[in-house]
Design a protein around this ligand. Sequence first.
Ligand SMILES: Cc1cc2nc3c(=O)[nH]c(=O)nc-3n(C[C@H](O)[C@H](O)[C@H](O)COP(=O)(O)O)c2cc1C
Length: 412
Amino acid sequence: MPRKKLTNLQRVTLRFQNKSIVLGLTGGIAIYKVASLLRRLVHDEGAEVQVIMTTHAQEFMSPLIFETFSGKAVITDMFLGEKIATRHIDLATNADAVLVCPATANILAKTVLGLADDMLSTVILTAGAKTIFVPAMNTAMYLNPITQANLAKLKVLGYGILEPAEGPLACNTEGKGRLPDENSILAYLDQRLNGKRRLTGKKVIVTAGATRAYLDPIRFISNRSTGKMGYALAEVAVREDAQVILISGPTNLTQPWGTQLITVETVEQMQQALEQSDDETDYLFMAAAVEDLIPLQPSPTKIKKANGFAPIAVSPAPDLIQEFRTRHPKTCIVGFSVEMEDGAERSVQKLQTKGLDFIVWNNPNTPGAAFAYDTNEVTMFAADGSCWNFPLASKRLIAEQIVDAVLTKLGA
Ligand SMILES: Cc1cc2nc3c(=O)[nH]c(=O)nc-3n(C[C@H](O)[C@H](O)[C@H](O)COP(=O)(O)O)c2cc1C
C-alpha cells in the first residue's frame, strides 16, 4: 500500500528541538560513550548543544570530536577562547539544562561545596537546579558515604540525578557505577525538560504488544501488533512522572526508562499480570492486541503433518478490559480498537458496552497506520461524546497527543 509522504515533524518527535543544552564533560572513563549521545542530541533530537570540558576530561578525549558533533567550539578554559564578557553567566542563564555527563565524584563534591574554579563548575553554580548529573564511577567511589551524602544533598536542592546502572566496569569489577544507556539518559532529560509532571503520584498500567495462543508447544496464533504504540504511551506516562507498569507481550523493543516491565506471552499471563498489579490504578492504557482466537484443545505434543490436520476449534479470549472495569469502577480506562469497517460506530459501541472512559480507534486501512509502522493515525472518542483526530505522525507523537488530550479532558 502506498505510504503518505510525511514531513519530518510528522515522522518523529524532536524531543529537544529549540532546546539549548550545555553539555559538561568531566574526567570519567565513560566519556567515550558521550560522543554518540551528543550526536543523537544534536542530529536526531534537534538540540543546540554547547560543550564544556574540564581539564581532566581532555586527558581522556580530544575536544575535536565534540566540536564536530556539536558544530561549535568546545569551551576548555574559562579564560581562553572568545572573549565574551560574562560568558560563564550567560551560558547558564540561556541554557534550558546543564547536562553533566559523565559526572565524576569530583564534580559532585565541588558542586556541593559551591566551588567555581573552572568554567564547568562556575556554570553549574550559576545554573543551580537546571543542572542534571549523570554520575559514573567505580562502585567504591559511588558507594562512599561522602559521594552518597553529596548526591542526597544535590537531590534535596532540586538538581537532577540519574542513578548509574549496574554491570561490568572499566576497573574490571562489577557493580553500580556504569553510565546508563543513551536511551535512559535522553528519556531522563526529556522528563526534566519537557515533562509537565501531571501524573506525579499516579499509577499507570500500560499493556502492549500481542499475546500468543498456542496450538501445540511449537505453533501459536497471534497478530501483527509490535508493541510500539504501547511502549510510546509508557514513555510519555513516565515523562509525566507517573509510576508506570508496562505489561508487554513478546516484542523486539527495549524497556523504556523508568518503567516496571512485566513480560507475558499468553492471554492468561496478561490476565494474571493485570490482576496482580492493578491495586489503586489511576489509569489503564490497554494498547495490547490480546489475541482473540484461543484454540479449544491445544495439543501437548507437536501436531504431526503426517497424521493430517484436523480443523482447529477456537473460543474467544477472556475480555481483560471488561474484567478490569468490573474490579476497578473508578480507574480511567483508555481502550484501543482495530476496526476496518464502520470503525467509528464499532469503537463507540465498544466504549459504551465495556464502560471505558476513552477509546482510540486504529484503522489499518489508513496508509502508514496501525500495526508494525513507526507511525499512526487515530481517532479517539470519550465517554461524553468528545472526539479527537490525530493525523499521521510518529507513534511517539500520537502517544503524546493521546495522553495530553486525556489529561486535559480530566483536568489533570
Ligand atoms: C583512567 C582513569 C579513569 C577514571 N575514571 C573515573 C570515573 O569513571 N569516574 C570518576 O568519578 N573519576 C574517574 N577518574 C578520576 C578523575 O579523573 C579525577 O577525580 C579527576 O580529578 C576528575 O576531574 P574533573 O572532575 O575536573 O574532570 C578516573 C581517572 C583515571 C586516571
